[in-house]
Ligand binder design. Structure first.
Ligand SMILES: Nc1nc2c(ncn2[C@@H]2O[C@H](COP(=O)(O)OP(=O)(O)O)[C@@H](O)[C@H]2O)c(=O)[nH]1
Ligand SMILES: Nc1ncnc2c1ncn2[C@@H]1O[C@H](COP(=O)(O)OP(=O)(O)O)[C@@H](O)[C@H]1O
Length: 400
């Protein structure tokens, strides 16, 4: 464990008046929340490629080195911090690209509280701030052999820039044509159980005797790529996603009959006889649940493949009326190398410390945090960034 930055100790022992006070020297930033001061900056001792976090507890006079979870930001030349609410701190990085500019250090969110209980240590978690929202993910469920994979492949082939597949983790063995990291992340049961315990999964279930699960990261990387995420998961998984904060469209695919389902499963030739029988036994319960659970927004009957694919495209708005997903309207803004931050309601004003003469407002950037969604262990989405000039232009427009 590293030494606490010496210069902070004097400052911290004096105490700060309120949660908005910020002191920064040599790249570190400190922020007071209750009787704890979070010192953020420099490189992390344990993983030097990320920014360090230490906590000074004023009631005990002790330094705490928390377990740091989530996607960690890389160290930078300096950073600023502002307390957003009682549960998270916004960190802005000096001289970073718009993609890597805003990060959230969660100190008391639901995820952090949950992990504190599991790990029995102090926990903080990083989450990267991302502009805008992706389109709602599409969850596709149905019994084994009904044609989910076939329909998803057709969609991805016709619209490669629009859809991305959520690559699940599974403990089952790969089939002959399956590639690790493409069709599934194939993983040992003990390793997957550990990752589930670490809170890395959006949902997981035991299906046909194997463990399957969707990691938070699997869905986030698709959205990072600007694509709409497709999840091929069983009914239990669909129920968990329904209960989660992820808003999605839920589709259940039915076979025309059990006989046809059996024919397709056997013709695919990827399972042993025993596995085929297990899948057919499970199919009855899955179809019953799919039709009666109220989880699914749409039912598709995969009798004729082309017809079923047409119906799928129609319910996704791809029947010729929509050609491309809406793009974010935010313009790219230049972010100042060295800046200070101030919070006004749901807006963070970022002010360059080296403004151009005579152009006071153009150096100011507004970070709108009024509609944030998500958080650790995934991204925090819904940020908006614009220049003060365009904000003022907008206000002038409203007044005319
Ligand atoms: N809950 C959950 N189910 C999954 C996941 N990935 C795949 N499944 C489901 O697991 C079941 C078995 O999948 P698989 O072994 O690929 O066989 P298939 O259904 O015959 O294609 C299917 O119902 C999939 O939808 C996942 O991440 N979570
Ligand atoms: N409408 C259909 N008619 C006939 N065969 C189909 C149809 N849809 C899919 N298949 C075939 O059924 C088998 C199972 O389909 P697959 O997409 O692997 O199912 P799932 O992913 O739901 O387990 C594959 O061999 C596929 O080519």
């Amino acid at each position: 464990m590293g030494e606490a930055p010496a210069f902070f100790v004097d400052e911290l022992q004096k105490g700060y008046g309120n949660g908005f006070d910020i002191k920064s020297k040599g790249g570190e930033t400190a922020i007071l929340l209750g009787n704890r001061t979070y010192v953020i900056g420099g490189a992390c001792e344990e993983s030097p490629l990320s920014i360090g976090v230490q906590i000074f507890d004023q009631s005990t006079g002790e330094w705490i080195y928390p377990t740091v979870l989530g996607t960690k930001p890389k160290p930078c030349k300096g950073l600023s911090a502002v307390l957003l609410s009682e549960d998270r701190i916004l960190i802005t990085k000096n001289g970073s690209t718009p993609d890597d500019f805003a990060w959230f250090l969660e100190v008391d969110t639901q995820y952090v509280r949950q992990q504190k209980k599991i790990l029995g240590t102090d926990v903080v978690a990083w989450s990267k701030g991302v502009r805008g929202y992706p389109e709602k993910p599409v969850v596709i469920s149905g019994p084994s052999g009904v044609g989910k994979g076939t329909l998803i492949s057709m969609l991805m082939k016709e619209y490669p820039s629009m859809f991305g597949f959520s690559v699940s983790h599974t403990t089952r063995a790969p089939r002959a044509m399956e590639k690790d990291g493409v069709h599934y992340h194939f993983i040992e049961r003990s390793a997957m159980e550990k990752e589930i315990e670490d809170g890395k999964f959006l949902e997981f279930a035991s299906v046909h005797g194997n463990l399957y699960g969707t990691s938070v990261e699997a869905v986030e990387v698709v959205a990072d790529d600007g694509k709409r995420c497709i999840l091929d998961i069983d009914v239990q998984g669909a129920r968990s996603v329904r209960a989660s904060s992820l808003e999605a469209i839920f589709i259940f695919v039915c076979p025309p009959s059990m006989e046809e389902l059996e024919k397709r499963l056997r013709a695919r030739g990827t399972e042993t006889e025993e596995q085929v029988l297990k899948r057919l036994r499970n199919a009855k319960a899955e179809i019953e649940q799919g039709q009666s659970s109220g989880i699914f927004d749409h039912m598709l009957y995969n009798d004729n493949l082309e017809e079923c694919y047409k119906s799928l495209k129609k319910l996704l708005g791809l029947d010729g009326t929509v050609t491309a997903p809406p793009k974010s309207s935010s313009k790219v803004v230049d972010l100042p190398m060295d800046h200070s931050v101030a919070k006004i309601d749901h807006r963070i004003i970022i002010n360059s410390k080296t403004p151009e003469l005579g152009k006071a407002s153009t150096n100011m950037i507004v970070l709108d945090v009024s509609s944030l969604k998500g958080g650790a262990p995934g991204r925090t989405r819904g940020l908006d960034i614009y220049t003060m000039d365009s904000f003022l232009d907008g206000l002038a427009g409203i007044n005319h």
